[in-house]
Design a protein around this ligand. Structure first.
Ligand code: GLY
Length: 408
């Protein structure tokens, strides 16, 4: 089958209408909010639906023993501006994206966080893909250097340390499942620069994560503390999940997303197989729902708290898994799941009331910290938009390249 046909996802007229109108509303909200932001960026919504905003400059770090992720969401707003440009062809979004990118660019030198991958994969990389302007690409490459520098090499493999400056022992020995979704920056940098060391770092991390994070039932730990010499897992634990041994749904989503991207970028079947195993676990735990609870093992009334951001991440990942999968029946299955999740998000979770400035209600940033629960999160809105773009305009927001070893 020619690639451009395989990249076009078959949908009904009703789905096309729903997805198209949702992108219309996304672009409208973004245009209304952009002039109100000043130099700050939307983060999560407050109970009244307004955006809580943070400056792009806020880095991650420890205050005493307490850890803060800082502003890792600023790039996603640039991504929404770029997706709005692609959807509408209105140049004003491109002008805004460039202005915002200048505010975000300072974070390309940030040595404190793996989230540098999220920040630049959602902003400078689509900026480069869409405009071809190496100004965007060169910013992303500086950021990729910082992410590659987080590689900690042990006797049994290498991993990217997730949190904090590397001279802080707490950060150096720890890695998080979210890092899997940050690997896109390294894969992209290898292609952009012709320097394969970025890809080697990403693959080493993906392999070590597969050994240390995936439990016997195919659920994942949120975080792992390694012995920095031997590379053995000292313990699995959580920061945003219900408990150390629970299945935090967004963490499972980041893992699925990361292994799908690793399959696309390396052509290695083992990553596709891992993504399928993790996705099968996730679908089984959904038990017929389209939006997961924030943690599959949450109990009592907490079990009713949803995470639409997890649903958005997984929808986007499964649409890509469906596009890549060489077996037509498996491809149709994963595409079908991705579409069903996306449809449910548009129909049941989209914030159409003007007072709610985010796109998706019922995202859950961090239940243990009581932050961003029930409202929109900037990353949930971004991955929701990415999934919509994959369906409505394949190749226009994210490239539809794929390694021929996966597309058999
Ligand atoms: N730090 C990524 C997340 O909150 O899912």
């Amino acid at each position: 089958m020619p690639n451009d046909m395989k990249n076009q996802i078959e949908i009904t007229a009703a789905q096309r209408d729903l997805f198209f109108k949702t992108l219309d509303q996304m672009a409208k909200k973004v245009a209304e909010d952009e002039p109100t932001l000043g130099v700050e960026f939307p983060h999560v919504t407050a109970p009244d639906g307004s955006w809580i905003r943070l400056p792009a400059s806020l880095s991650a770090g420890y205050t005493g023993s307490s850890w803060s992720h800082g502003n890792w969401l600023c790039g996603f707003w640039v991504g929404l501006l770029l997706a709005s440009y692609r959807h509408t062809n209105d140049q004003k979004y491109l002008v805004w994206a460039r202005e915002r990118m200048r505010l975000v660019a300072q974070r390309a030198e940030d040595p404190n966080t793996h989230d540098i991958g999220f920040i630049f994969d959602s902003s400078a990389i689509p900026g480069f893909d869409i405009t071809g302007d190496r100004w965007y690409g060169d910013i992303a490459l500086v950021a990729a250097d910082k992410l590659r520098a987080r590689l900690v090499t042990t006797r049994s493999g290498a991993y990217l340390a997730s949190w904090g400056p590397l001279n802080d022992a707490r950060g150096r020995c720890s890695s998080a499942i979210d890092t899997m979704a940050n690997l896109s920056l390294l894969y992209w940098a290898a292609n952009y620069s012709g320097d394969g060391s970025y890809r080697l770092a990403a693959e080493a991390h993906a392999d070590m994560t597969a050994k240390a994070f995936i439990r016997a039932d195919d659920s994942t730990y949120h975080a792992v503390e390694y012995d920095v010499t031997t590379g053995e897992r000292k313990r699995g634990y959580t920061f945003q999940g219900a408990s150390d041994e629970s299945a935090w749904s967004r963490g499972q989503g980041w893992a699925i997303y990361g292994y799908v991207n690793s399959a696309r970028e390396t052509g290695k079947r083992k990553y596709l197989d891992l993504a399928e195993r993790l996705a099968t676990y996730y679908i089984n735990r959904l038990d017929g729902r389209q939006v997961p609870p924030w943690d599959f093992d949450a109990t009592g009334t907490d079990a009713n708290i949803k995470d639409t951001a997890a649903a958005a991440v997984v929808s986007s990942a499964l649409l890509e898994l469906g596009r890549l999968h060489p077996d037509p029946a498996a491809a149709a299955k994963w595409t079908g799941h991705g579409l069903a999740m996306l449809e449910a998000l548009c129909r049941d979770e989209f914030a159409s009331e003007p007072s709610h400035r985010g796109l998706l209600k019922n995202s859950c940033y961090s239940k243990p910290h009581n932050e961003g629960v029930h409202g929109a999160t900037m990353f949930g809105d971004f991955f929701f938009t990415e999934a919509l773009c994959r369906v409505v305009m394949p190749g226009k927001f994210r490239p539809v390249t794929s390694n021929p070893m996966v597309i058999a």
